[in-house]
Design a protein around this ligand. Structure first.
Ligand SMILES: Nc1c(NC[C@H](O)[C@H](O)[C@H](O)CO)[nH]c(=O)[nH]c1=O
Ligand SMILES: CC(=O)[C@@H](O)COP(=O)(O)O
Length: 161
């Protein structure tokens, strides 16, 4: 499985999650995977000392950006994590859903200045999705998203954004 090619000169991130308020927007489509990602987010935030996230569900990945932007604009959270799972089917629908979800999350973060993390799996097969949403100690994109959210909140605070 391709992954992070780490240098021995890595600059370690500030992952102090104390007081970092996170909202999760979860896609109900393929929720057999989404729940695994959500568990990863919860584990990841807890490991960093962050409070448990607020969670809201949307029909699918395509709706994640709108709800994430709404959370960011409403205030009350320091970061938003979108979690879901888009698995290729027989048509080109996959490209639209996956691509626009990613683009929409990026736009929402840039528009609001609030870190909005892309914790959505976009895979060719169910096995690939299962491999990337494993339990404790395994590879979980949701758990990685929790770390990303905390790091970005601390980074933006340091920058003074
Ligand atoms: N096929 C997948 C979808 N499709 C649903 C869309 O996300 C959206 O809810 C619908 O097009 C109505 O706007 N969603 C996923 O999250 N994952 C898929 O594999
Ligand atoms: C990613 C999707 O939208 C997918 O589930 C749709 O399947 P299909 O392309 O066979 O309609």
């Amino acid at each position: 499985m391709a992954g992070d090619v780490a240098s021995d000169r890595r600059v370690e991130p500030d992952l102090d999650g104390r007081g970092v308020r996170v909202a999760v927007v979860a896609g109900r489509f393929n929720d057999g995977i989404t729940f695994r990602l959500l568990d990863g987010v919860t584990r990841g935030l807890e490991a960093l000392g962050a409070p448990a996230p607020v969670v809201e569900w949307v029909p699918g990945a395509f709706e994640i950006p709108l709800a994430a932007k709404a959370f960011a604009e409403a205030g009350g959270v320091d970061a938003v994590i979108g979690v879901g799972c888009v698995i290729r089917g027989a048509t080109t629908h996959y490209e639209a859903v996956a691509g626009e979800c990613a683009a929409g999350i990026l736009r929402a973060g840039l528009a609001t200045g609030v870190p909005i993390v892309f914790g959505v799996l976009t895979t060719e097969t169910l096995d690939q999705a299962l491999e990337r949403s494993e339990g404790p100690g395994g590879h979980n994109v949701g758990e990685e998203g929790a770390r990303t959210a905390v790091e970005m909140v601390r980074l933006l605070a340091r920058i003074g954004a």
